[in-house]
Design a protein around this ligand. Structure first.
Ligand code: FES
Length: 153
């Protein structure tokens, strides 16, 4: 132990060279920051939806003229426009309709609701049984309306 400390204090031994520290000029060259003009503009990612959500009661027409689907929540008595790509759960939340959800990725089954009419594209991860799908249930978190849809919520 004592030997190691003495060796550490002594510095490099014979035959070993110390690393050269940069001189003042080299240090300044290394530290030079490229001009801000030559830097590309920062790219900001946004996770916000491309189009603003349509408020309840507004005209449900998308920018390219495509009609939006509508999700009817029968227990709440609300018919809500649904943006393309929006899930039934997102639509419910935008309208203040409460549907319980936990994983929001089609695993837990918490958001299961009965679909009374219409078609959805449901990409779940095992959170619903085939029997339940046959009975008309969907997972709101991973179901996107293909047509106007009515759900029991
Ligand atoms: S919230 Fe878990 S499956 Fe929908």
């Amino acid at each position: 132990m004592l030997r190691k400390r003495a060796a550490a204090r002594a510095g490099p031994q014979e035959g070993m060279s110390r690393p050269r520290l940069p001189t003042g000029k080299r240090r300044r060259q290394k530290a030079a920051v490229p001009s801000a003009v030559s830097q590309p503009a920062p790219q900001w990612n946004s996770f916000a939806p491309a189009a603003p959500p349509v408020a309840v009661g507004e005209t449900a027409i998308e920018a390219d003229g495509e009609a939006l689907t509508t999700v009817g929540f029968t227990l709440s008595g609300k018919d809500v426009p649904c943006q393309p790509g929006q899930t039934v759960l997102m639509t419910a939340r935008a309208a203040g309709v409460r549907i319980g959800a936990a994983c929001e990725s089609g695993i837990c089954g918490t958001c299961r609701v009965l679909k009374l009419s219409g078609e959805v594209e449901m990409n779940h991860n095992g959170g619903i049984l085939d029997d339940e799908i046959e009975e008309g249930y969907i997972l709101a978190c991973c179901s996107r309306p293909k047509t106007d849809v009515q759900v029991e919520a």
